[in-house]
Design a binder for this molecule. Structure first.
Ligand code: LMR
Length: 393
């Protein structure tokens, strides 16, 4: 049996992690996988998470099974963070998932169960694992233009032009904020125009919200999602807690599904069914940590302050890199670095230029020239800027 298996192409982002670790050079710079790092290159446990974890350790009395669809308190806390106070609870179904990736997968599964003929529309480019999961599922998808490589900003006209091809019942996958891999995001007006188009087509928006709090702020980063949720009758949202709570390995995510109140019980039951068929109960630990942090006022204030510091640090690094590139290139063609939001920017280098920077300068970025801004610090910003110019970007 096993000799029937074919080798799978390695995931590019995860393979890069391995290559970076294996590189013996001391001056190496990791701008690959989307993990936050402080100025010392460490990914710390956030203080509020640490306290919540200690409290859990002291008070937890059982490890028996918990909710199949997840914990209702976690769902309520997540819904309020993503959709805002006063979210329509009677229309909302929630599923705790294995990270944000699990939420994406379950969202695709739900869409396919409800409509086997659906096509998923995906931004070009997108997080490579979106396409990988869709391919693995045999789920049909189409790409819509998103990024203008020349200006390194959203090519909104091309995007809207492509989305004219959306059919009733199709899924339109959008990045809620901090677009991965480009860092270029829709304005609120553009979100409004996308909502109009999706509504007119009778399609269903699905929002991947993996970086809430990393762009312009917790509330600001949810603005597009909230606009869509307030306008469309059916919406899927895949929210990740990996980055904003720094609990990557706890695998904590939440799929939220808005529909009408009449169909909510069946939708909620279908979500629980999807967990049961896939892995039964979702991980509990991360749900509990997030619930504690979001609902305890002291922990929440501490977490929000730390998240703000993380966000502010990334914005400072963006500005420093943009300034340095302005100086070295004697032009404003890299100003987009300061305008992008979130962890990533696509710098616009060719695969050869990316390889040159890796070989010559020990700088690791994804082959499409996506760089993780959080992998930089004040010392490495000038080194990266020089490497970018030297490579001829
Ligand atoms: C990334 O894009 O680097 C992160 O979302 C990590 C991953 O799983 O790919």
């Amino acid at each position: 049996m096993l000799n029937n298996l074919k080798p799978q192409a390695p995931d590019k982002i995860l393979a890069l992690m391995g290559e970076f670790r294996a590189d013996p050079r001391e001056n190496k710079v990791d701008l690959g996988v989307g993990v936050y790092k402080d100025a010392e290159g460490k990914t710390p446990i956030m203080r509020a998470i640490h306290t919540a974890e200690q409290q859990m350790c002291d008070t937890e009395v059982t490890k028996t099974y918990a909710g199949l669809a997840g914990q209702p308190e976690f769902h309520a806390a997540m819904a309020e963070m993503v959709l805002g106070k006063g979210y329509p609870a009677d229309r909302l179904s929630c599923l705790s998932t294995v990270g944000g990736t699990g939420a994406c997968r379950m969202g695709f599964e739900l869409a396919r169960m409800a409509n086997p003929d659906t096509t998923v529309w995906v931004s070009d480019p997108t997080w490579p694992n979106h396409l990988s999961i869709l391919n693995f599922m045999g789920q049909g998808y189409k790409l819509y233009h998103y990024f203008d490589n020349a200006t390194r900003s959203v090519d909104f006209d091309a995007m809207m032009g492509d989305l004219q091809g959306v059919k009733s019942g199709d899924i339109v996958l959008l990045h809620g904020c901090c677009h991965n891999p480009t860092g270029a995001n829709l304005t609120l007006d553009q979100w409004g125009a996308v909502a109009d188009l999706i509504e007119a087509k009778g399609a269903i928006p699905m929002i991947d919200l993996a970086y809430q709090g990393f762009g312009d702020g917790l509330e600001e980063d949810a603005a597009g999602t909230r606009l869509i949720a307030s306008r469309l009758p059916e919406v899927l949202i895949a929210a990740s807690c990996s980055k904003n709570f720094g609990i990557y390995r706890e695998r904590t995510g939440c799929l939220m599904v808005l529909g009408d109140a009449a169909t909510q019980p069946v939708t909620q039951g279908t979500l629980a069914f999807l967990n049961r068929q896939s892995y039964s109960f979702p991980p509990f630990h991360g749900q509990q940590l997030v619930t504690k942090v979001l609902t305890d006022p002291t922990l929440r204030a501490e977490w929000e302050a730390e998240l703000e510091a993380v966000r502010g640090g990334m914005l400072d690094l963006r500005q420093q890199l943009s300034d340095e590139l302005r100086k070295l290139s004697n032009s404003d063609r890299f100003d987009f670095v300061a305008e992008h939001r979130g962890m990533f920017s696509r710098i616009g280098a060719t695969p050869e230029q990316v390889a040159t920077m890796r070989e010559k300068d020990a700088i690791y970025m994804v082959g499409d020239s996506r760089m993780n801004i959080a992998g930089l610090n004040e010392q490495t910003v000038p080194l990266l800027a020089k490497a970018i110019i030297d490579a001829g970007v």
